[in-house]
Design a protein around this ligand. Structure first.
Ligand code: TTP
Ligand code: MG
Length: 594
């Protein structure tokens, strides 16, 4: 019963690997070639002791030099064939493993691309990076080892056993004692090492996590003079990794001398009993030598198994993390038969929408939101920080799905469009500006791949960034990011606006996109964007009244509920909350732009 459990547990332990090995399917030719080559190598390895025995028994015993030479040459020839087999095996298995790794990375990458925002919130970016690189490499190495050792070890041990028995079955009985002892010692070592290696992997994770946080936040760490504290944190993670690795290595190190002891004891036993048989003429000296050779090969093969099992336990942590990504279901799914018509009017309707972030408890972030934006209208969403403005607009391009109610664009539920149609029809300038490395022109063209030079310039002009760009030494070709220039917050925002403008979508959403732009520039920008876009629906999120007062309609959001809808004048007359905001900002921006 206990054995059964152990076997089941072992199979369950290996299950993670089987799931990944499916990706090897494509390389079946290499996967088959590898053991074939290996068979040649092992076969040659198994022949050598026989020839050695012949040299000793026939050549040396009779002083037959030509025989020794012939057999010696034969041994060299066999060694060369064996080497060729070995090299072929290594090459086949490493090509297969490399291909496997590349495919796995590709699968993971594709999967991540299909993730919705909620998925990405759950599996953090930094962790995904480790999974796509480090973890894949770990598994890839294990696959390579598997391809080699799992074929070599059984071949060598069974082949060795057959040869040993064929030489002298009685002497082979020694193996009956040695093998169980060896298996037992292996079992003990592996059982001790397994949990330790699991812990090693966890602590590697921990070191990675601390390091990632520090690299990402190094500026903040400096600003808050936290370097000493962070060093301490990293130091302790690093030391705990070292400690556990040392412990694991100690256990593994124990295995080698134990094996050697068993092996040497076996050799002593063979020489002892073999010697007796040589004396009585039942066995030759050469046979004893060959026998010792085979026993050594068998024991080494078993050691190889031990190594593979160790590597397996190390790869498990990585494989689990990879499987977790592959098994994650994208939370936003497209309808199998989406609506084909494109978005061109730009009408938006929120129909009794409530929304709660997946996995979040408490009150919904948005409650019972209903409003209509007619084509070509400019609607502003005003509300304090955390009111739910970003959450609200994120529902339009379906970054998240509503919990209740529905969102319609051009009269069609957003869930009925394909994501491509929907998102092509809706332009977005996100609250957090993200630009890519490359030239300024590349970054604007990002919004529309086939944009002409004029289109790019027009968009930049409308975003009030053209004058700045042409004054740069390389103009539109100026590089950003790594080894390029850095932009100020407001410059980045305007570049992101240009990127969204260039595609001229039917609906444009600006999520607090002018927060870092001064009031004067903002007023110009609003006008130029309006002129540029013509009849395009615009949704502008803002916290400043000055940014919204010219809008056709203002939606006042508070704590996820609509507090009031109307023009500036209407709200000023009726809504006490709006009046409060207005008066608190009065004398600042309100005056400047009013
Ligand atoms: P937001 O919708 O981000 O609030 P906001 O855009 O009005 O605020 P700000 O002006 O500062 O940009 O957040 C509303 C609530 O939803 C807030 O309690 C945080 C929560 N939230 C999440 O849980 N997950 C998310 O991805 C986001 C964007 C918000
Ligand atoms: Mg926001």
């Amino acid at each position: 019963m206990a054995t059964n459990n152990w076997i089941i547990r072992t199979i369950q332990r290996c299950d993670f690997m089987l799931k990944l090995l499916v990706h090897l399917r494509k390389y079946w030719k290499l996967v088959l070639l590898s053991p074939t080559c290996m068979m040649i190598e092992v076969g040659m390895d198994l022949l050598q002791p026989l020839l050695l025995a012949a040299i000793v028994d026939k050549g040396v015993a009779n002083g037959d030099i030509p025989f020794i030479m012939r057999t010696g040459l034969l041994m060299v020839g066999i060694a060369i064939i064996g080497m060729a087999g070995g090299m072929g095996g290594i090459m086949a298995s490493s090509f297969a493993a490399q291909g496997f790794g590349a495919d796995l990375r590709w699968q993971l990458f594709k999967k991540v691309q299909s993730f919705s925002f909620a998925n990405l919130d759950e599996l953090r970016t930094a962790s995904l990076i480790t999974r796509l690189t480090n973890d894949v490499t770990q598994v890839q190495q294990t696959v390579m080892m598997l391809l080699r050792a799992f074929v070599r070890a059984p071949l060598l041990s069974i082949g060795g056993l057959v040869m040993a028995i064929s030489i002298n079955a009685r002497l082979a009985l020694i193996l009956l004692v040695t093998m169980p002892l060896l298996a037992l010692s292996l079992w003990v070592v592996i059982n001790k090492a397994f949990p330790l290696f699991m812990e090693v992997q966890r602590r590697v994770d921990r070191v990675n996590a601390v390091m990632r946080e520090n690299l990402v936040g190094v500026r903040v760490i400096k600003a808050f003079v936290r370097a000493a504290k962070e060093k301490e944190r990293f130091g302790s993670a690093n030391e705990s990794l070292r400690d556990i690795t040392t412990r694991a290595s100690r256990v593994v190190a124990l295995q080698m001398p134990l094996m050697m002891l068993l092996m040497n004891l076996s050799i002593v036993a063979i020489i002892w009993f073999g010697g007796i048989q040589v004396n009585t003429g039942q066995m030759t000296v050469g046979e004893v030598i060959a026998f010792i050779n085979y026993i050594t090969q068998i024991l080494f093969a078993l050691m190889l198994v031990a190594w593979v099992l160790m590597a397996f336990s190390r790869a498990k942590a990585s494989a689990d993390r990879i499987n977790e990504v592959l098994d994650t279901e994208a939370l936003i799914r497209e309808k199998p038969d989406p609506v084909v018509s494109k978005i061109n009017k730009g009408e938006i309707v929120f129909d009794r929408v409530s929304f709660q972030y997946p996995g979040a408890g408490g009150a919904p972030v948005l409650q019972d939101i209903s409003f209509t934006v007619s084509p070509g209208e400019t609607v502003a969403i005003l509300g304090g920080t955390g009111a739910g403005k970003t959450s609200l607009v994120n529902l339009i391009p379906r970054f998240f799905d509503v919990t209740q109610g529905r969102v319609l664009v051009d009269g069609v539920d957003v869930r009925d469009y394909s994501l491509k149609t929907l998102r092509e029809g809706i332009g977005m300038v996100p609250q957090e500006t993200i630009l890519f490395s490359g030239s300024i022109e590349d970054n604007i063209r990002w919004g529309k791949e086939d944009a002409t030079g004029e289109e790019i310039e027009a968009a930049a002009k409308a975003a009030q960034i053209h004058d700045f760009i042409v004054n740069l030494p390389d103009g539109y070709q100026t590089r950003l990011g790594q080894r390029g220039i850095n932009l100020s917050g407001g410059q980045k925002q305007r570049l992101a606006i240009a990127r969204a403008l260039v595609a001229k979508p039917a609906v444009l959403i600006f999520d607090d996109s002018t927060s870092a732009v001064d009031t004067g520039t903002e007023a110009c920008l609003q006008q130029s964007v309006k002129d540029y876009l013509g009849r395009c629906t615009r949704i502008i999120i803002a916290q400043k009244i000055s940014s919204v007062m010219r809008a056709d309609k203002i939606i006042l959001l508070e704590n996820g509920k609509i507090e009031g809808i109307g023009t500036h004048e209407m709200l000023l007359a009726k809504s006490p909350v709006y009046q409060d905001i207005y008066h608190s900002q009065w004398g600042q921006e309100a005056v400047v732009s009013g």
